[in-house]
Design a protein around this ligand. Structure first.
Ligand code: MF3
Ligand code: CO
Ligand code: CO
Length: 324
C-alpha cells in the first residue's frame, strides 16, 4: 500500500501514487476517504438455525404482511428487538483502532447464532456479510472487509437478527479512539434526531411528522438529512411497505395506527445529503466525502404512543437523551 505524502502535488503535476497520470485525474480529492478492503467468502449458518426465505438464494420472494401486527407477533418482536439491541451494544464495545470491520462481522454472525437466530443481512438481496459496517463518509450498507479502523474513525454498526420468525433491526454509530469535536457533535445530533422522530410517533398522526421532526432538528444544527435511504415497516419480513422518510415529505400522509411496527433510522451528514454508490452496488457514500452518522430503532405503535422494541436498559441508545 502506498501512503499519501504530507505535501500534495499541484493539480497538473504527476500523482503521488506513481500512476504517471496528472494528480487531478488520479487521487485528487480521494485522500482521507475510505477505500474498499478485501471481502472474505460468505460465512455459513449451522443447520439447526431456521433460515429466512432468501437465505439460500439471495432472492427475496413476494410476500404479504399486515401493517398492524397481532399481539402474538409483537411479543416475538419484543424478543428479537431485545436480542438485536444486546448484540449491537456488545459489537460496539469491540470498536477501537486496529479492529477490522470483518472482525466485527464475525462477532455479530456468531452472536446471532448463539442467540438461536439468523443474521438478517446475510444474503439478503445477495448482501455478502452478516452486519453492515459504515465508516466515516459511508452512509449505510458498508460491507465488512479487511480494513482496520483508524484512530478518529466513526463507524455505524447495523445489526438485524431474524429470531423466532421476526426481524429486530437497530444501529448506532461508535467512535474508534479519539474523534474530532465535529464528529462527536454529528453523532450526538444524529441520535437526537432519531429520538425527535420517535417522539412524533403515536396513533392518528401522519407518518411525515417523523421526518418533519428529524429535519427540523438537523437544520437547526446546519446538518444534512440523507434522502435516498428511509425507515421501513418490519416484522416477519425485513422491509415491508411502510415508508418512513427522515425529511418532511408532504405526500407521505399514511396515518400511524396502533400495532404498526417500523423503524426510524436517520442518516445525517456534516455536508451534502447526496450519495453515490461504490462498484460493489451496496456501499453508499456522500458525494463530497463528508462524514455521516446514523442511529436506528425498531418500534411498535401503542394506544397512546410508542414502544421502542430495540430500546431499554441493554441498548446503546436506551431512551431519548433528555429523558435519561
Ligand atoms: N439493516 C438495514 C436497515 O436498517 C438493512 C440492511 S440490508 C443489507 O434497513 F442487505 F444491507 F443487509
Ligand atoms: Co432498518
Ligand atoms: Co438496520
Amino acid at each position: 500500500m502506498t501512503t499519501v505524502p504530507e505535501t500534495l502535488p499541484a493539480a497538473n503535476e504527476p500523482c503521488w501514487c506513481g500512476s504517471g497520470r496528472k494528480y487531478k485525474r488520479c487521487h485528487k480529492g480521494t485522500e482521507g476517504r475510505i477505500a474498499p478492503g478485501v471481502v472474505s467468502p460468505m460465512r455459513t449458518v449451522p443447520t439447526h438455525i431456521a433460515k429466512p426465505p432468501y437465505a439460500d438464494t439471495g432472492i427475496v420472494p413476494p410476500y404479504r404482511e399486515d401493517r398492524v401486527k397481532t399481539p402474538e407477533v409483537i411479543g416475538r418482536m419484543r424478543e428479537s428487538g431485545r436480542v438485536a439491541a444486546d448484540i449491537l451494544r456488545r459489537a460496539g464495545e469491540l470498536v477501537r483502532p486496529g479492529i477490522t470491520t470483518e472482525e466485527i462481522d464475525i462477532f455479530v454472525h456468531e452472536a446471532c447464532i448463539a442467540a438461536g437466530g439468523y443474521p438478517s443481512p446475510l444474503n439478503y438481496h445477495g448482501f455478502p456479510k452478516s452486519v453492515c459496517t459504515s465508516v466515516n463518509e459511508v452512509i449505510c450498507h458498508g460491507i465488512p472487509d479487511s480494513r482496520a479502523l483508524q484512530d478518529g474513525d466513526i463507524v455505524n454498526i447495523d445489526v438485524t437478527i431474524w429470531l423466532d420468525g421476526v426481524h429486530g433491526d437497530t444501529n448506532a454509530t461508535f467512535a474508534a479512539g479519539t474523534i474530532s469535536d465535529e464528529d462527536a457533535e454529528l453523532m450526538r445530533v444524529t441520535e437526537e434526531c432519531m429520538w425527535h422522530g420517535i417522539e412524533a410517533v403515536r396513533p392518528g398522526v401522519a407518518i411525515n411528522e417523523v421526518g418533519r421532526a428529524i429535519e427540523t432538528h438537523a437544520k437547526k444544527h446546519r446538518m444534512g438529512v440523507v434522502r435516498a435511504f428511509i425507515g421501513h415497516g418490519v416484522g416477519e419480513n425485513f422491509h415491508t411497505d411502510i415508508q418512513v422518510m427522515h425529511y418532511y415529505d408532504p405526500r407521505n400522509t399514511m396515518v400511524i395506527r396502533e400495532g404498526m411496527t417500523f423503524t426510524v433510522e436517520p442518516m445525517i451528514s456534516l455536508g451534502t445529503w447526496q450519495h453515490r454508490m461504490w462498484d460493489d452496488e451496496w456501499t453508499a457514500v456522500t458525494t463530497d466525502g463528508s462524514r455521516t452518522a446514523q442511529y436506528e430503532h425498531t418500534l411498535v405503535v401503542t394506544s397512546d404512543g410508542v414502544e421502542v422494541l430495540t430500546g431499554g436498559p441493554g441498548a446503546v441508545s436506551p431512551s431519548a437523551p433528555w429523558l435519561r
